[in-house]
Design a binder for this molecule. Structure first.
Ligand code: ADP
Ligand code: MG
Length: 444
């Protein structure tokens, strides 16, 4: 191997730069080319040089900004340079779907490289557990795991983890929300103290900072701040009563030419009900929720990704992290409980510079919650009148939640001026999110 190939760039290239400027190994460049990646996204521009210099890092950037490649590429590059027999990198993620998705991305990037990797997650049968055990005993280069399943293996003592060089926590905020805090501590107790640790998160609440303090050593910090849906999303909301939602949804889905439609509801019972109801009415629709077997979830997701399934209805399992290309329409059947979840749900559309539409149904009870979302993103979302055949809808008045029914006028909200595209108001100018990212990069 030539000297130049293994030498890291002496000085960090100044963004914006191309992947070529990063001096990646040729095998990795080939993988990147095959994947059609040309230019690093803002989070990649900032994170990759830090990771290549072996610094610890805490990085916050909204969904869809390319965090996966931000940590996978430098990690793969290091493994090509210094392959080993032990587990080199451990990536911990909150859900099985995400583990599978990262494994697939890894497969693509490392296609021309000698990098072994395995995704380890619960919900599969005994054969898989044995395969996982084998990989963990022999030492795959990269392990992508959900916490519970990994702990089951770690407790048995055969995991070759003592030489671990890199620990990566992806969707750290989600993991804490899901109550994995103790599990993470337990996992970390098995790891060598001397290692590089990276923490990726879509949001940066105080509990993430606390976690970072415990796990990271003198980290660099990158914050491409969240709190706004991507620029290409046209957002609007319908003010409805609960008993109008089904008919409204039917009128929206009827004759829609959009290739992929994703409907979110907060509860799995509602998700199941929508699936059943709409199937009965002849719609091509499937559901994803936590009651399904892992195989069934994978299959539904595959059908949806392949565009063999037009409409998917899901709980928030799918709102974060899962990468599905070009969802044309996202419908929030109810207002998400957490304002950040709204951004995650809406982030399912208009990924990587495409455009999409996000519609939210607001019942009187959810009006106040919706207003909080508007406060978070910093602008009002246009309220559109429901179709006349559904009768009168409620008035939008978050403070009172009652009053005269609203009729036929578009743009009752203050943000309603100059709406485009049949009443949808564009998400407005977003200077901080997505690929436009004007984030800052600080050392602390
Ligand atoms: P995040 O983890 O921040 O939510 P992902 O890593 O899932 O985002 O990336 C979102 C999408 O953008 C994926 O489809 C990914 O393949 C694509 N992507 C990421 N980085 C690039 C890039 N540099 N060039 C082109 N596409 C990219
Ligand atoms: Mg991600």
């Amino acid at each position: 191997m030539q000297d130049e190939e293994v030498t890291q760039p002496e000085t960090t290239p100044t963004p914006p730069f191309t992947f070529k400027d990063l001096n990646f190994q040729p095998e990795l460049m080939e993988g990147l080319n095959a994947m059609g990646f040309e230019k690093p996204t803002p989070i990649q521009q900032q994170a990759i040089p830090v990771i290549m210099k072996d610094h610890d890092l805490i990085a916050c950037a909204q969904t869809g900004t390319g965090k996966t490649a931000a940590y996978l590429l430098p990690t793969i590059n290091k493994i090509i340079q210094h392959p080993g027999d032990y587990i080199d990198t451990l990536i911990i993620v909150p859900t099985r779907e995400l583990a599978i998705q990262i494994d697939e991305a890894l497969q693509g990037f490392a296609y021309y490289a000698q990098v072994s990797h395995i995704a380890i997650y619960g919900g599969t049968g005994g054969i898989s557990f044995e395969q996982e055990k084998k990989a963990l005993t022999q030492g795959a280069n990269i392990i992508i795991a959900t916490p519970g399943r990994l702990i089951s293996h770690l407790n048995m003592g055969y995991v070759k983890i003592s030489e671990l060089k890199h620990l990566i926590l992806d969707e750290a905020d989600r993991m804490l929300d899901m109550g994995f805090s103790d599990d993470l501590n337990k996992i970390i107790s098995f790891l060598p103290k001397k290692r590089q640790s990276l923490l990726f998160s879509a949001t940066m609440p105080p509990k993430i900072r606390d976690l970072a303090k415990k796990i990271l050593h003198n980290p660099e910090q990158i914050n491409i701040s969240l709190s706004k849906p991507a620029e290409g999303v046209l957002q609007a909301a319908y003010v409805v009563y609960d008993n109008q939602k089904t008919e409204l949804l039917k009128s929206l889905l009827k004759d829609k030419k959009v290739a992929s439609i994703l409907i979110f509801s907060s509860t799995k019972d509602k998700v199941k009900e929508i699936e059943k109801d709409f199937k009965r009415s002849g719609f091509q629709i499937s559901a994803i929720h936590s009651d399904l077997e892992q195989d069934e979830r994978n299959e539904v997701l595959r059908q949806f990704k392949n565009k063999n399934l037009q409409t998917l209805v899901a709980t928030d399992i799918l709102s974060r992290g899962i990468d599905i290309d070009s969802i044309g329409l996202v419908i929030n059947y109810d207002v998400p409980g957490d304002a950040e979840d709204y951004i995650h749900r809406v982030g399912r559309t208009a990924r990587a510079a495409t455009t999409g539409v996000a519609l939210t149904f607001i019942n009187p009870h959810d009006q106040r919650k919706f207003q909080k979302i508007e406060e978070l993103i910093g602008y009002e979302i246009n309220k559109i009148a429901i179709p006349p055949h559904l009768g009168e809808g409620p008035v939008y008045d978050p403070k009172a939640n009652a009053g005269k029914p609203m009729r036929g006028s578009f743009g009752k909200g203050k943000g309603g001026g100059g709406h485009k595209g049949g009443g949808f108001k564009s998400g407005g100018s977003n200077k901080s999110g997505g690929y436009k990212g004007g984030g800052h990069h600080t050392k602390h």
